[in-house]
Each structure stands twice: as structure tokens, then as C-alpha cells.
Design a protein around this ligand. Structure first.
Ligand SMILES: [Fe+2]
Length: 370
């Protein structure tokens, strides 16, 4: 009888790959991205770390990249999607299409951009004195766990020319497509400054709430940005795991709880804080800043390509082209959605906000909320 080998079950090819990369992995409910320690990452030639949030779900992860003054990443190409946000520093990224055409754009703090699928790219730090820190949300876990073959994912010659989009998408220009509040789309590959981009009103999510949905490099990776006005907070809602919520401007806190919980979990945030509400955990965002607060959310499953039924319901309400309706994230639980209207929320939620804004010296603008 031949020797029995240990059964090969429960394999996570992404985590196995990550172990071999020699970079630290930070795992937590929420993380201060400015506090993440990076180590030299041979694959990229710059500092790197992986970030795994409690609510990251099955499909996405984050990497933090530190590019030293004057340094650059070595050329990369891969079969997973990537949405990058610039935490600090200034530099540029060059994207090279299969036919050799190159697009270069310059980024700074609070820029957002995507790498079109499987294109060659490099990031350059344009400063001789300041390092640059970027955070990227990627679909590597989904892709590596699907194919479990590193060469296929990192050394694949296939060219997805349709993902490049128009040349203007690399210059900060884009195409705006109005649909419904909360679903207005800005299609591009590069947003120079998330603090400056014009947002559209989405009152269904809360008083004075504003938002824009991004379609980046015609991707399955999702990104949107939301804004809360001074002295306000949004309505609570819930959805599937993997929305990575990052504060871009202002400051405040979020409360999170599962249905039936007696207490809230609280996350205080400012620029650089990221957390991901776990699957079906209610969460509610509160602005305590004397300025509007904006946050970026990245996820797997976009408005155009939701990928899962859960994202389709959350983002489009099950509607598709020609069948637009508010998604579950902005529809009352009483109507079969996943949002708690102000008048249905626990009174403690408003009391806590009154206390937090009193401490911060901010006037509450929620008088007509109930
Ligand atoms: Fe949410």
C-alpha cells in the first residue's frame, strides 16, 4: 500500500501566495492606514503591507505601498483589478497598452485611480524629499483563488483593450451619466482630487447626503464617494461584506451593530481610517467635523457589473439597464430594503450624536430629521 499523504483540503491560494511575499499583514476591524508598517516588497521594489479587515469578504484585499523619494515601482502586470487611493505624496503612474501606447497621469493627495485590467504599469514618486503612500483595494483574492495559478495571474499576455477606455479618462476627465440619486455615474480611470469632485444630492440616505458612483476602467471593482454636511449624520443600513470605507475629509464616527445587539461597536475616523462593515452588520456614519465629511468606499461588484446578487440588490435594487430603482441600501427595511429611516432608529443614536457634537463644538442640523 502506498504512503498516505495529508489530505489537501481547505486551501486558500491567495493566503499561501501572500505568505511567500515577505510583507507584513495587518488584520483588524478598522485600521489607521497612516500607521501601517511596510517592509521592502521584492515584487514591486517598494515598501508594502497587506491589510485584511474583519469585513473584507471573500473577494478583495488591500495593500499599502510606500514609495521612497525619487523611487518607482518595478513594472507590474496582473489579471486582477486594482483601485488606488493616494494617502500622501505626489507622483505619477504610467500605464502601457499592449500596442505600446502609454498614458501618464500625475497624482497627489486624495487622488483615486484604477489600473485597466492586465496593463503594464509603474508608479513613480515625483518628489525628491517626500515619500508617497498609496492604498490599493484589489480583487487578487478572488482571482488567485479562482485560478490558483500564479503564472496565469501575473504573467498573462492577454490584452483587454476595451478596458483602457477613452484617452481623456487618464487626464482627469470623464463622462457623467445621470441616472437616479445615489446612482449617478462618473466614468473615468483617474480622479485627481476626491475632496474637490462635484457630488450629487442623495437625500434618501440622509439629510443633505451627497454621492457619486464611479465606473473605473470599466471594472468589476466598485468605488463611490459620499459626503455628509456639517452637523448631520446618515441613516443606518446594511449590506454584504467588503465595502472598504475610508475617510477622505473631515472627521466623525460610525456605529455598527447586528440586529438584536444590545450595544454598538464604535469606530472613530479621520483621514486614513478604513473599516469594512461585516456581512449584514448595520452601520451608520456621523459627521462631527466643522466641515463636510467625505468618505470613499471600495468593493467588489460595481454599479455596472455587480457580480453578486447581493451587490445587485444593494446598488441597483435588482434593477438593470432600463429598470432603474433605488437600491436596498437606501430603501427602508419596512419596504423590504436594508435602511433604517430616522424615525425608526433607536433614540440612543441621536442622543450619542448630540453628545459627540457638543464635545466637538459643532451645531446639530438635524432638527427636522424625525
Ligand atoms: Fe454601507
Amino acid at each position: 500500500m502506498s504512503e498516505t499523504k495529508a489530505p489537501r483540503i481547505g486551501v486558500d491560494p491567495y493566503l499561501d501566495w501572500l505568505k511567500g511575499e515577505g510583507i507584513p499583514t495587518v488584520e483588524d476591524f478598522g485600521v489607521d492606514l497612516f500607521g501601517v508598517e511596510t517592509r521592502p516588497w521584492a515584487r514591486l521594489g517598494v515598501g508594502g503591507a497587506a491589510v485584511h479587515l474583519k469585513g473584507r469578504g471573500d473577494f478583495v484585499n488591500m495593500f499599502v505601498l510606500d514609495i521612497a523619494p525619487g523611487a518607482a515601482t518595478s513594472p507590474q502586470r496582473h489579471l486582477y483589478e486594482e483601485v488606488l487611493y493616494v494617502l500622501s505624496g505626489r507622483g505619477s503612474t504610467t500605464i502601457e497598452a499592449a500596442d505600446g501606447r502609454k498614458h501618464t497621469f500625475e497624482w497627489g493627495p486624495k487622488s483615486l485611480f484604477a489600473i485597466p485590467l492586465n496593463t503594464k504599469y509603474r508608479h513613480f514618486n515625483g518628489s525628491g524629499s517626500e515619500s508617497a503612500r498609496l492604498v490599493t483595494t484589489t480583487s487578487l483574492p478572488a482571482v488567485l483563488n479562482m485560478f490558483h495559478n500564479e503564472a496565469f495571474v501575473f504573467d498573462n499576455p492577454y490584452s483587454f483593450e476595451e478596458r483602457m477606455g477613452q484617452s481623456k479618462y487618464f487626464t482627469g476627465e470623464g463622462d457623467f451619466t445621470p441616472t437616479l440619486p445615489g446612482q449617478h455615474m462618473w466614468e473615468t480611470n483617474f480622479v485627481p482630487d476626491l475632496a474637490a469632485i462635484e457630488l450629487k444630492t442623495w437625500d434618501q440616505r440622509g439629510k443633505g447626503s451627497k454621492n457619486i458612483m464611479f465606473i473605473l476602467a470599466d471594472g468589476t471593482m466598485h468605488a463611490h464617494i459620499s459626503e455628509m454636511q456639517v452637523g448631520t449624520y446618515k441613516k443606518a443600513h446594511r449590506h454584504g461584506a467588503d465595502f472598504h470605507v475610508m475617510c477622505v475629509t473631515g472627521q466623525g464616527y460610525s456605529l455598527l451593530w447586528f440586529e438584536g445587539d444590545k450595544d454598538f461597536r464604535r469606530v472613530d475616523w479621520k483621514h486614513g481610517t478604513v473599516f469594512a462593515p461585516p456581512d449584514r452588520m448595520f452601520h451608520q456614519h456621523f459627521n462631527t467635523s466643522p466641515t463636510p465629511s467625505r468618505y470613499l468606499a471600495t468593493a467588489f461588484g460595481s454599479l455596472r457589473y455587480p457580480f453578486t446578487e447581493s451587490k445587485r440588490k444593494s446598488l441597483t435594487g435588482g434593477g438593470g439597464a432600463g429598470g432603474l430603482k433605488q437600491g436596498g441600501v437606501s430603501t427602508s427595511v419596512k419596504l423590504g430594503g436594508d435602511q433604517i429611516e430616522y424615525e425608526d432608529q433607536s433614540p440612543r443614536i441621536h442622543e450619542l450624536f448630540l453628545e459627540a457634537t457638543r464635545k466637538a463644538g459643532v451645531k446639530v442640523e438635524m432638527a427636522a430629521f424625525g
